[in-house]
Design a protein around this ligand. Structure first.
Ligand code: HSE
Length: 402
């Protein structure tokens, strides 16, 4: 019998207990041994839950119990999740997590600590919810040099953007519904202002390029400034607006950013709706690969956490666990953001002639049904982009194009 402890009994924690219970026999067949939840750590009591007797409030009960081999951290937030993870690894327990904040901020240190103590630190659920994307990168695509990754990495914002486009829902109503469905972070500012996607982009940089870029070094914009006018103008131009986490390498340096982008309808990321996420990456051997699936929610995220528990359990019964690895990116590893270049979408309060005279040749220009001039430019760098255009024209909105 392999004993497991769950840290946190919220949306993902309770989902994890459900997966381990509902598919107990299936999991036993795969591992060759039973997995038993011995403890659940939470500040609250759950008197009506079938797991009520396993709830503890003192972390020391778990870390000091030598029977507990695997700890699933699903608390969210950096603290005390980071300290608890460290203590478990130092006590010789493997830790699996859905906590992207801890992985993005402390992942390198925690992987090294796991290695030192001969245990594992796995975090499949931290990016893309239920999509098996991280293990695919560090196991199945290990022979590839990855040059670029683009992802819809936040289910809440994709749900909001889809609702705004398809049913004309207001931003506030769509966010409320995403919260009710259990997709949003405890503080949904992390979703709508792009920080959650930046943490996931940081983790993808770690696995794709071997360097964990600090989320603080990833230029991040959220979706709060997007208007219905822009959603409609983008559709008229033949694009969908998506919050995209992007990372690539240019001359050996990593360029990483999160921002809303106009995604052309020919790009498969443009068709990803609701809470679904997608990750599109380019490997030098495999070419383009896309991962798609539910990016948030109770059972999908728990499915990925339990996948990691099963992987670790294979190690406990004498098999091998494939471990992710990366280092922290240094200042030299990260490109100057001012040099990043891509095409831009602008919406102006000017006439078509004024726009053409100021911008010269553009890729596309239309007058929208609402009477605005909307354009797609050729690639322009961050340094030049908005300032040079705003000097000459009345810019109502501006977004990057994928
Ligand atoms: N709040 C996150 C999202 C949860 O909406 O994608 C999954 O990481």
């Amino acid at each position: 019998m392999i004993k497991v402890a769950l840290l946190g009994f919220g949306v993902v924690g309770s989902g994890c207990a459900e997966v381990l219970t509902q598919n107990k026999d299936l999991i036993k067949g795969k591992v060759g041994d039973d997995l038993e939840i011995k403890y659940i750590l939470d500040l609250r009591d759950f008197p009506d839950s079938p797991f009520a007797q396993r709830v503890v409030h003192d972390f020391n009960v778990i870390v000091n119990d030598p029977e507990v081999a695997i700890v699933a951290e699903m608390m969210g937030g950096s603290h005390p999740a980071y300290e608890f993870t460290k203590a478990c690894l130092e006590a010789g327990k493997s830790v699996v997590t859905s906590n992207k904040e801890v992985v993005a901020n402390f992942g390198t240190e925690l992987l090294a600590l796991a290695e030192k103590h001969g245990v594992s630190y796995l975090f499949e659920a931290s990016v893309g919810g239920g999509i098996p994307v991280l293990r695919s990168i560090y196991v199945d695509l290990a022979s590839n040099r990855i040059s670029e990754v683009n992802g819809i990495l936040n289910g809440t914002t994709n749900y909001i953007l889809t609702s705004m486009k398809q049913s004309g829902a207001s931003f506030g109503d769509a966010l409320k519904k995403a919260q009710e469905l259990g997709y949003a972070e405890a503080n949904p500012a992390a979703d709508v202002e792009g920080l959650d996607a930046a943490r996931k982009t940081a983790i993808l940089c770690g696995l794709c390029f071997g360097k964990l870029v600090s989320p603080a070094d990833i230029h991040t914009e959220g979706i709060t400034a997007i208007t219905g006018e822009d959603v409609a103008a983008a559709a008229e131009l033949g694009y969908a607006i998506k919050l995209i986490g992007h990372a690539d390498t240019k001359e050996g340096k990593i360029q990483a950013l999160v921002s809303p982008r106009l995604v052309p309808l020919c790009n498969p990321l443009s068709g990803i709706s609701d809470v679904f996420n997608g990750v599109l990456l380019k490997g030098d051997m495999v070419g383009e690969v896309m991962f798609y699936g539910p990016g948030a929610g109770k059972l999908p995220t728990a499915s990925a956490v339990v996948g990691d528990i099963i992987d670790v359990a294979h190690g406990v019964v004498g098999g091998t666990v494939k471990r992710p690895y990366f280092e922290n990116a240094t200042a030299e590893d990260v490109a100057d953001f001012g040099d990043y270049a891509c095409a831009r979408y602008f919406r102006f309060a000017n006439t078509p002639d004024e726009v053409t005279e100021a911008l010269g040749e553009q890729v596309q220009q239309i007058v929208t049904k609402s009477g605005y001039v909307a354009v797609i430019t050729k690639a322009m760098s961050e340094r030049k982009a908005v300032a040079s255009v705003a000097d000459k024209l009345c810019v109502l909105s501006c977004m990057r194009v994928l």
